[in-house]
Design a protein around this ligand. Structure first.
Ligand code: ZN
Length: 347
């Protein structure tokens, strides 16, 4: 079968390979791939900046945003033809206390593995195997949109943690600002709207599909500085990692507010802003927290959020589809890209 493989650490090593059928050790459920989403982490791995191959090998099968159809469920209880998404992370073998209770997204010793990223093959292959307990059913009515599930888990977790942190005190949040209208930002905004909040989304672009996508949600689109919005949001979901925007978010969030950082941006040249950020956080009783990855609970929540979303809206998030043989082109960002997927069904 064909798969997209890379040598982690080596830029330009990506290629479409002929690889053996998936190793039964990877799980009893055999899945035919339907689609794989591409994100910045994949591009970083392809550039040699991140990623680890499986033990004893040079090459890693790329891809962690999966969608597939069960071909052989084995003794799992899945049915042939069901649509599934693979959970990305696996607990560390120790395990740490978080992994021991199934919260591998909070792994404290870094010994976890991740499909398509860290020491286990990913999903950008014509077929893949998965352990039944790491396969999540998605509504087959979603069709290819099920490939958005993994990104949705990231915001499902972020919203869960925001709610948990909010319970530290009396808190009645009304306004949400999402910074960055990429897939995470737009799916985050969807979550805010589904929760009944007054959602605002800020991005730098003034054209392309993003403003309309935000409006269609019933949210408000903004460009420019956070300080010019004319209100102080109770919650900021920061999805860019751009330090200037992180600073603006902390400066402008309402007292007692919560800033959730989901983006990792380029390292900042000047260290000075970090001190100002810390001061703001203390004086504002702010919680500024980071959030990454997701556990099984978040996958179930995300599957529900996607199933409840407007299909036509979700479809617009997928702005480009490439074939497996053109995966390299899919990794090159184009100006109006929101989510690029590899269509694994087309030859
Ligand atoms: Zn752990």
């Amino acid at each position: 079968m064909r798969a997209v493989t890379v040598v982690p650490g080596i830029s330009g090593s990506l290629r479409v390979d002929e690889v053996p059928e998936p190793d039964p050790a990877l799980g009893s459920v055999l899945v035919e791939a339907l689609a794989v989403g591409i994100c910045g982490t994949d591009a970083e791995i392809a550039d040699g900046g991140y990623g680890w191959p499986p033990p004893g090998r040079d090459r890693l099968i790329l891809g962690h945003e999966s969608l597939g159809r069960v071909v052989d469920p084995g003794p799992s209880g899945f049915k042939v033809g069901e649509h599934v998404v693979g959970i990305v992370r696996r607990p560390d073998p120790a395990p740490c206390p978080s992994c021991a209770v199934g919260e591998w997204d909070m792994c404290s010793n870094g010994g976890y593995t991740e499909r398509g990223i860290k020491a286990v093959d990913g999903f950008m292959a014509e077929g893949w195997r998965i352990e039944p307990e790491y396969a999540v059913r998605v509504d087959p009515q979603l069709g290819v949109l099920g490939v958005l599930l993994e990104r949705t888990t990231v915001v499902a977790k972020a919203w869960e943690h925001i709610a948990a942190i909010g319970r530290r005190t009396f808190w009645d949040p009304q306004t949400v600002l999402v910074v960055g209208a990429g897939p995470i930002g737009l799916l985050g905004a969807l979550g805010g709207v589904q929760a009944g909040a007054d959602v605002h989304v800020l991005d730098r672009v003034e054209s392309g599909p993003k403003p309309a996508l935000v409006q269609q949600l019933g949210a408000t689109y903004h460009t420019g500085a956070i300080g010019d919005l004319g209100f102080r949001p109770d919650i900021v979901l920061e999805c860019t990692g751009v330090i200037d925007l992180v600073q603006q978010a902390v400066a402008c969030v309402s007292p007692g507010g919560i800033v959730c950082l989901t983006g990792v941006g380029p390292p900042d040249a000047a260290g000075e802003p970090v001190a100002a950020l810390a001061t703001k956080a203390v004086l504002g009783n702010l919680v500024v927290f980071g959030s990454v990855n997701a556990n099984r609970r978040h996958y179930y929540r995300a599957a529900r959020a996607l199933a409840a979303a407007d299909r036509g809206w979700l479809e617009q998030l997928i702005t480009r589809r490439v074939r497996l043989k053109d995966a390299q082109a899919g990794l090159q960002r184009e100006p109006e890209d929101i989510k690029v997927i590899v269509d694994m069904v087309q030859p």
